[in-house]
Design a protein around this ligand. Sequence first.
Ligand SMILES: [Zn+2]
Length: 314
Amino acid sequence: MSAAPTEPTPSPLPSRPKKEATHQEKDGGEDNSKTISRPHPKPSFPTPKLRLSTLDLNHPGSNVFFSNTNPSKALSEAVDAVLSILYQPTKTNDHIPACRSVTLFLQAMGGVAYTTGSDLDGDHKEIHFSLDYINQIPSARQKDEIQGVLVHEMVHCWQWNAVGTAPGGLVEGIADFVRLKAGLSSPHWKKEGGGQWDAGYQHTGYFLEWIENTCGRDSVRRINHALKDKKYEEDKFWEQLFGKKISLLWKEYEGSLDEQQKATRENEEKVESTAKTHEEDRSDDAEMNGEDKRSGHPEGDEPVKKDKPNNNGS
Ligand SMILES: [Zn+2]
């Protein structure tokens, strides 16, 4: 389009509208003296190629997956969650492991999921997700559980592991910590002391959350970063990061859980005793009104529908 770009001769009239209506190309008529300092583009995270491979569309788990998940959105949201929780972007992003592509394989297999580098090139990651597992998730949990597993596995694509020497339980704990922070924890997860700090998964995930709350907001980022290229030496590792041995941190965490439990117990007792008095009041009313007193859900906060009769779901 020839939009008569000739710059009008300087006019004494001050009331000339600054911008002509044409919202087309900006390059023509703009006053360059004013568009001076454009800020440098903000550093942003790497964006890997995301791919999907569905090996068995006849499998009922495939139907569950696609009824609940838009894979393109789900995978890119998982990448965003993982990178924003574990890293700050920089110009070079050389503190982030190379990961050029992530391919999700949906396939019939035992277990839940696993992540691996491709045979040809470790920078290309593969997440293998079990259709059998997907098929037995209670329907009310399907969407969140699928996304939760994707986020957990996506962490493995991007986390450091002290050149293969980090405790497996720490690696798995970081994955569930990120899942927790992404708001995708599972209803059966609970904070628990006892056992080893690095028993893994949510057990370690909640411990990491406590470290984050007591030792500083970016603690897990720092832990992950410290696993970048040095071998893991337990005492040195934790002392350098937080000035304490991990065994001491674990003890402190267990102590905080005891206190929390005591407080919730006391609260529950209070709530129970007030509920009892209310219930007594209500049952008096109900008797008077002939009310049906069946309770809502048998347990938990989600009505778990088992809509597949031949699914044992155990
Ligand atoms: Zn894992």
